[in-house]
Write a protein that binds this ligand. Structure first.
Ligand SMILES: NC(=O)C1=CN([C@@H]2O[C@H](COP(=O)(O)OP(=O)(O)OC[C@H]3O[C@@H](n4cnc5c(N)ncnc54)[C@H](OP(=O)(O)O)[C@@H]3O)[C@@H](O)[C@H]2O)C=CC1
Ligand SMILES: O=C(O)C1=N[C@H](C(=O)O)C[C@H](O)C1
Length: 257
């Protein structure tokens, strides 16, 4: 079988650089193109149009706006699939990606880590078992000083899993900011706390806090190459799939009944 042709968006970014190394090291793949912002200078970079013309799958770790625009461009072109790793989307950008996924296959996940995607299942299970009347849920995440969105995409995935376990919408119960005289904690809320600094790759924990005991489920990302390997697994899985929006739990087979 010929190698799968991969184009990398945001090629000069932290994840874009990791992706190039991981793709070049994988004999199942060919690094077909690397592209960045229009007009960006860098060795071996091509334009987005050239990149899309040469790829079976585009892997994208950029920004929400750039990913939404890229999804539209891929859908217009057709004949290729997209793996999106960017985080921090607003509703309009998510709608643009969902619209593109009517024409092409797209995998989008806030985390391409295997362990983290396993953790979402454990969080959902614990949340289902523990009564909100007795047990409070708090999510803590920590990342490097360059990260621009908060809470992280992963923290929001964990929040979604916790809310699903309780049979509620995250939007209705999320407490994303606390400052000043906040009043006592409301029963059932799911709280988020954020640390930014240094070079932390990604730390996430979900605590279930009851009277007299605390259960904490946690994940620690130690190296970005692990995200790149997950994105490659997603690219190999999504190539040739029917149009639709998929996530990493689909790739890993965790959503199969
Ligand atoms: N899902 C997952 O497993 C993971 C997700 N992420 C997410 O991936 C994203 C990128 O992270 P990271 O690599 O650390 O961030 P970086 O800022 O290092 O990289 C993003 C790059 O995208 C570039 N870019 C911006 N606009 C465009 C465009 N229109 N076309 C092409 N490139 C563009 C930026 O260029 P410039 O520098 O010029 O602005 C930047 O170099 C973030 O949203 C992060 O949260 C990160 C790790 C794992
Ligand atoms: O920006 C990062 O670095 C990361 N972003 C993702 C997120 O928002 O969850 C994944 C990972 O934690 C690293």
């Amino acid at each position: 079988m010929p190698p799968l042709r991969i184009a990398i968006a945001g090629a000069l970014g932290r994840m874009g650089l990791q992706m190039a190394v991981a793709v070049e090291a994988d004999p199942r793949l060919a690094l077909a193109a690397r592209f960045h912002r229009p007009g960006a200078a860098g060795e071996g970079l091509v334009s987005r149009d050239e990149a899309l013309a040469s790829a079976d799958v585009v892997i994208d770790f950029t920004t929400p706006a750039a990913s939404a625009e890229l999804a539209e461009a891929c859908a217009v072109r057709g004949g290729l699939a997209l793996v999106i790793g960017s985080t921090g989307f607003d509703d309009r950008e998510l709608a643009a990606i969902a619209a593109a996924a009517k024409t092409i296959a797209i995998v989008r996940s806030g985390s391409y880590s295997l362990g983290l995607n396993m953790l979402t299942g454990l969080v959902e299970q614990a949340s289902r078992a523990l009564d909100p009347g007795d047990c409070d849920i708090e999510i803590l995440e920590a990342h490097h000083r360059h990260k621009v969105d908060a809470p992280s995409g992963t923290a929001l995935m964990l929040g979604e899993a916790a809310a699903k376990g309780r049979g509620v919408e995250l939007e209705a119960v999320a407490r994303r900011v606390r400052d000043g005289i906040t009043g006592a904690r409301s029963q059932g809320e799911i709280g988020f706390a954020v640390v930014r600094g240094g070079s932390i790759v990604g730390e996430h924990s979900v605590s279930f806090l009851a009277d007299g005991e605390v259960l904490t489920l946690a994940h620690s990302a130690q190296d970005r190459s692990m995200f790149a390997r997950g994105a490659i697994a997603a690219a190999l899985w999504v190539a040739g799939r029917p149009p639709g929006e998929y996530d990493m739990r689909d790739v890993l087979g965790f959503n199969a009944s």
